[in-house]
Write a protein that binds this ligand. Structure first.
Ligand code: F6P
Length: 324
């Protein structure tokens, strides 16, 4: 392996720049050429490449977003699109690829590898944390801290006005952000995609809060929660059933995807970037690098997508007890 390409793909996440920096510098360390691909698979199809040296990645470890930009490419889902992408890689004499992204990006990588036998290593970069084979994905820790900081601010105004707030956090298929930010910010109830806790239960809990003297409350809702109602419908439902509550909604949205990465995410990105390049130089392919028991470990790329994710049920119990 003489030339390695790196790209970021899918929804961006804080720490992607730190991972790019790590891949580029590890390549430089091992005297291997490094190419950046702009806009993920779309840039690969369009041949949007840039040569990266150790100095190209100065001063980016602390930056949110991704200097290589990101995209969700529809064209790469077609055999014609992948053929163009492959031709561009061959033309630029690229031998191997590091993909920084989430499950959609890894799925593209697995299909591409099956078709062209092209060496690929994945680095999990998504705020959702919904990837098998790693306790943490890049950006998750930062997004949690962003969400908690925002909910803390909402708590101030909720308390001043004796209001109930529904706060929607990201995660259309995964409740990691909702569950952890909910416990961290002291939410009354947490609604997640993995479990239908039932709307009756929420009403009961809110009634009890009022009875026991709470004047304001926060309910954290994951984008993809299982109640069948979106966050606005949930707010209406509570207002109709518990008229004693004055309810407001706050959707945190894409602010959770931006901002300077936390120290944890920077360190994780640095570790995973080194391992990704070393695996490729070692002739390995079709693996994802991740964190298991605080050690860097690799997982079969297809397993990383299909292995499923488990939320921590202990946290649901802790949250329950904390609402006493
Ligand atoms: O996968 C990351 C994520 O931020 C999800 O939490 C969210 O549902 C989705 O991406 C939003 O995607 P987009 O930025 O394309 O609107």
């Amino acid at each position: 392996v003489k030339k390695i390409a790196v790209m970021t793909s899918g929804g961006d996440s804080p720490g992607m720049n730190a991972a790019i920096r790590s891949v580029v510098r590890t390549c430089a360390y091992y005297r291997t050429e490094c190419i950046g691909i702009y806009r993920g698979y779309q840039g690969m199809i369009e041949g949007d490449f840039v040569s990266l040296t150790a100095r190209s990645v100065n001063n980016i470890i602390n930056k949110g977003g991704t200097i290589l930009k990101s995209a969700r490419s529809q064209e790469f889902r077609t055999p014609e699109g992948r053929k163009k992408a492959h031709e561009n890689l061959i033309e630029h004499k690229i031998d191997a690829l590091v993909v920084i992204g989430g499950d959609g990006s890894f799925t593209g990588g697995v299909v591409f590898n099956k078709e062209y036998n092209f060496p690929i290593i994945g680095i999990p970069g998504t705020i959702d944390n919904d990837i098998y084979g790693t306790s943490h994905t890049l950006g998750y820790d930062t997004a949690l801290n962003t969400a908690v900081e925002a909910i803390d601010k909402i708590r101030d105004t909720a308390s001043s006005h004796n209001r109930l707030f529904f706060v929607e956090v990201m995660g259309r298929d995964a409740g990691f952000i909702a569950l952890n930010a909910g416990v961290g910010a002291g939410a009354e109830e947490i609604l997640i995609p993995e479990e239908d806790l039932g709307l009756e239960r929420m009403l009961e809990s809110l009634k009890k809060s009022r009875r026991t003297g709470k004047s304001s409350s926060i309910v954290v809702v994951a984008e993809g929660d299982r109640s069948g109602k979106n966050v606005y419908e949930l707010a209406n439902y509570v207002e109709e059933n518990l008229p004693e509550y004055e309810v407001r909604v706050s959707v945190l949205g894409h602010m959770q995807r931006g901002g300077a990465p936390s120290c944890f995410d920077r360190v994780l990105a640095s570790r995973l970037g080194v391992k990704a390049v070393e695996l490729l130089l070692d002739g390995k392919t079709n693996l994802m690098v991740g964190l298991k028991d605080n050690e860097v470990a690799s997982t079969d790329l297809e397993k990383a997508i299909k292995g499923g994710h488990e939320i921590n049920r202990e946290l649901l119990r802790v949250s329950d007890i904390m609402t006493t």
